[in-house]
Design a protein around this ligand. Structure first.
Ligand SMILES: *[C@@H]1O[C@H](CO)[C@@H](O)[C@H](O)[C@H]1NC(C)=O
Ligand SMILES: *[C@@H]1O[C@H](CO)[C@@H](O)[C@H](O)[C@H]1NC(C)=O
Ligand SMILES: *[C@@H]1O[C@H](CO)[C@@H](O)[C@H](O)[C@H]1NC(C)=O
Ligand SMILES: CC(=O)N[C@H]1CO[C@H](CO)[C@@H](O)[C@@H]1O
Length: 605
């Protein structure tokens, strides 16, 4: 498959698309099921057999999870003191004490809730005798433990090359054995096959449960999901699984319940897997379907602005906002988010200001509200007269805190979208507009004869245009000024080198004029090359600086990962000979493996 991918396009040679997969040797280890060929995630999705609604797979086999390594007791020389006196802890109590000791320098261990929660859970692990003695956390002295762990982590940093290589090899072995499963005819990467080791719960902000003991997960906690005809993974010796299930309506392989919040954890496939890739692919196919009917939808909502029914008018104006401004439909909140964030349907009168005329433009709507993740949405947009008049009507006799669209909610709007086109949601408009904008911008901004760094700058500019459209802003990173300064000093140094090289070249040319021999000619040639090389390097650095400056307040990642059809990017890279790894990092290449396989240079969104 790699050969196929590389054939005919030499620029792909440097692209380690599959670097995280082992070489495609026949690996029969996982394949107890006859007739399952050792395939790589080949993503010819359109050719895949479709299963009835809800069915995710027919065959699933894997090796189960990798458990955290067992606790290693501390050496005798590392002492714990209670109230100034040495005390030898029982293994269980000692293990939990080490979790605290490892965090001793962290602010957490000074927080009252953290200490209280930790102490309560720690006491549960103590023997009765220990419980009687250890009654006050402030009298516990973890200093020696803490120093021991610091020394260990220092030693890890100082490890020799051979030791590091050994660890790397062990990790690769583990990945090879546990990091893959077979799902139907595909060998797929598993995202998170290692179970997190026990420790103390931190949580975000001042979480009321911080400091509590995150228990060690045992085989007895684990539910295994695999197909009936697969080889069930064996639990570690002396243990049993909690349960073995054969549920092909879900895509997880392993699950357990964590003890702090009681939430269910899953081991799932990598984003590059067929199942995840197929979902991603379908998302962009839906957006491409919208491309075909968007004109009809637009004509329809324009008509609806004149409707006699208030509800229909409100729906039509909201739809216009979703289409034109890429607003979200409702207020989709992150779990635990309490901030007052809104989406299109939940806009209130106070979130907009109407200006019949502003800065030489007519019918301007000024938006100011907190969107998803509490990102401020601020925008002044000229709208069509009919929209403006409708907004005035919707706002009549309302208080600032009243709903702008009082006859509308997210449910009604979503239902309407479904009627317009199957699978249509507000997000599809975003995906459609972001993708089509990227495609247009790339066409406009790419100059055929510019070099690779300049092409990449053009790509990033196109990507930025999309990010601005989707309001993916960010605060300038804290390290921004410093990294800019570093880059500037690199540029200055490069300029000096270049000046030196030019002087060298000049004097070599002067020598050549006098001597006229082959040797000086050669010297001139090599000096010329040196100047060229430095010029290229300088240009690269300058492009980088421009890019970084322009990128200061824009987060490119979100649109790249969620709204832009990756086939547009892949096609652009192939067309202009830009190595894909200049645009997508490793994680992204894995996620978009399906697109890298699928798109050729004349793909059109
Ligand atoms: C716990 O120990 C600290 C330090 O020795 C002391 O200041 C505090 O009063 C003790 N608390 C209780 C409840 O005994
Ligand atoms: C995408 O959104 C922008 C901003 O509202 C709009 O100007 C543009 O017409 C939209 N493009 C398409 C093709 O829908
Ligand atoms: C790749 O970029 C994403 C942002 O889009 C980032 O979250 C991720 O950590 C990066 N991965 C690597 C391997 O650099
Ligand atoms: C048959 C069965 O037990 N199905 C369960 C599989 O796991 C998911 C997620 O935990 C449950 O929702 C199903 O009920």
């Amino acid at each position: 498959r790699k050969e196929q991918l590389l054939a005919g396009s030499p620029m792909w040679e440097s692209v380690p698309v599959l670097e995280s997969y082992p070489e495609p040797k026949v690996d029969t280890q996982l394949l107890s099921h006859p007739g399952v060929p050792p395939l790589y995630p080949v993503l010819e999705l359109w050719e895949e057999e479709r299963y009835p609604e809800g069915i995710k797979w027919k065959f699933l086999e894997h090796k189960g999870p990798v458990f955290a390594p067992p606790y290693e007791p501390l050496p005798e020389s590392v002492k714990f003191y209670y109230d100034g006196k040495v005390m030898k802890l029982s293994p269980k109590a000692e293990e939990v004490a080490t979790f605290f000791a490892k965090m001793l320098d962290h602010e957490y261990t000074t927080k009252e809730i953290f200490r209280k929660n930790f102490f309560k859970d720690w006491r549960k692990e103590m023997t009765n005798e220990e419980k009687n003695i250890i009654t006050n956390l402030s009298k516990c002295d973890f200093t020696q433990m803490s120093q021991y762990f610091k020394a260990q982590s220092e030693a890890r940093k100082q490890m020799s090359k051979e030791e590091k290589l050994k660890i790397k090899e062990e990790n690769e072995k583990l990945l090879k054995e546990y990091g893959f499963c077979v799902m139907d005819n595909h060998r797929e990467r598993i995202a998170n096959f290692k179970i997190e080791p026990p420790g103390l719960f931190r949580g975000r902000g001042n979480h009321p449960k911080m400091g509590m003991l995150k228990r060690r997960i045992m085989p007895e906690d684990i539910i295994i999901n695999c197909s009936k005809d697969a080889k069930v993974p064996s639990p570690p010796t002396g243990h049993k699984w909690k349960e073995v299930r054969h549920d092909n309506k879900v895509t997880w392989l392993v699950s357990w319940t964590e003890n702090i919040q009681g939430s269910i954890k899953y081991i799932m496939l990598n984003p590059s897997s067929r199942i995840k890739g197929e979902k991603d692919w379908q998302k962009y196919e839906t957006a491409r379907r919208l491309k075909k009917c968007v004109d009809k939808i637009r004509n329809q909502y324009r008509e609806d602005w004149k409707s006699k029914e208030m509800k229909v008018r409100q729906r039509a104006v909201a739809l216009y906002f979703i289409d034109k401004l890429a607003l979200r439909a409702g207020n989709e909140k992150e779990e635990g988010e309490t901030a007052d964030t809104v989406g299109c349907c939940s806009l209130r009168v106070e979130h907009i200001n109407l200006h019949p005329e502003l800065d030489g433009q007519e019918y301007v709507v000024e938006f100011d509200f907190l969107g998803k993740d509490s990102i401020r949405y601020y925008n002044k947009v000229p709208v069509e007269k009919r929209v403006f008049k409708n907004l005035q009507l919707f706002m009549e006799n309302k208080q600032p805190e009243d709903d702008l669209f009082d006859r509308l909610n997210t449910g009604i709007l979503n239902k309407h979208l479904q009627d317009l086109m199957e699978g249509l949601t507000a997000k599809v408009f975003r995906t459609y507009n972001a993708s089509i904008t990227l495609q247009q911008q790339l066409k406009e901004l790419t100059a055929p004869d510019e070099n690779i760094p300049a092409k990449i700058l053009s790509y990033n500019r196109a990507n930025r245009a999309v990010a601005i459209l989707c309001n993916h802003q960010r605060a300038p990173p804290k390290t921004f000024e410093k990294s800019m300064m570093n880059l500037q000093s690199k540029i200055d140094a490069k300029k000096e080198q270049l000046a030196d090289a030019r002087r060298d070249l000049k004097s070599a040319k002067a020598d050549a004029k006098v001597l006229k021999d082959a040797k000086t000619k050669k010297v001139v040639e090599s000096k010329k090359k040196a100047v060229q090389r430095l010029e290229e390097q300088l240009m690269k650095l300058e492009v980088q600086a421009t890019d970084r400056e322009e990128n200061k307040q824009i987060a490119l990642g979100t649109s790249k990962l969620n709204y832009l059809d990756p086939r547009i990017t892949v096609a652009w890279c192939k067309k202009w000979g830009v190595p894909i790894e200049k645009i997508y990092n490793k994680t992204q290449r894995e996620k978009f493996a399906w697109a890298i396989d699928m798109a050729d240079e004349d793909y059109e969104f």
